[in-house]
Design a protein. Sequence first.
Length: 372
Amino acid sequence: MDAAALTSWLTLQAVDGVGDRTLLKLVQIFGSPEAVLAAGVDELVQAGCSAELAVSVRRDPEPGIRREIDWQVKAAERLKIQVLTLFDPSYPARLRTIPDPPPVLYVSGVLSAQDDVAVAIVGGRRATPSGRAVTEEIAKELAGGGVTIVSGLARGIDAAAHRGALAGKGRTIAVLGCGIDRTYPPEHQQLRRTIEEHGAVISELPIGASPLSHHFPRRNRIISGLSIGVLVSEAAKDSGSLITAKLALEQGRDVFAVPGPVKEEACRGSNGLIKEGAKLIERAQDILDEILPQLDARLRAALPSGAGLSAPREALRKEDAVVYETLSYDARSIDAIIETTGLSPAQVSASLLSLELSGHVRQLPGQQYMRL
């Protein structure tokens, strides 16, 4: 979008009383924001505006607002930010179908047609090591199967989802609750740069917008709107991830949840979703089994050959199999494994190393292990 067009969009967006739906309705009627701004009061009233709103549209922006718009346009050019509107062919097709799509999207990185096959993964910011590991593993397998992973760049589960997608050499999209020129939380700056190299970072908020609390519930509708389904992993009862799940249901998306320990407060929200009918997910294949039948022939053809097929695991040595069977998706200490198996510490350590190298288990901090 050139500077003049962006200026017109931002000018119309800045009119007091012009919300997203009114903005889109007027642009559809008149053909462009420039035409809306040039329309007479009578024409605007005939298009459904109140007389007061029509006068506001016709009024030139106050100097402070004009300076802010000019700054944003120059910032977009300086930062090489791509700006998409709902009427652009490259606007995400799935997001276009939600009841309240953002009229304007700011994009760094590159959106791709491959992103039509996307799954959102969200969850708690204070996730446990095992919760992050399970999430990362699921995201890695989905991304390796050609599924784009969408999340919010937050601490905990969101970051694990993005990292898993990158580890799977797939695509991932981060949706911000602040302006596209900011990174929140700030310690994810390097993660954000890597996401931009292998996907995109997007925001509907103006350049320079701070990460205010009321921005995030609105951000969540974009996360779910970009996706076929939403996976909630390790979310507490008051988690914002449950807002994303609710929005997903309203948008007609699937809702999935990773089960957690019944006594774990951090899992009460995600466990509650399963009680309410969300599909229980233990591995990436469970999600693929649900979403692949929903894809048309074009999208199926775009996926890597064999996507959705579980790769057979190599047969394990006897001692390795004994150790593997004692593990679960909850972390266990090496002492507990030794006690359960009856094997010597040396045997257990050797088996755990072998299982880790073959991708069957993962070591967590504190000599804790979980199966994959």
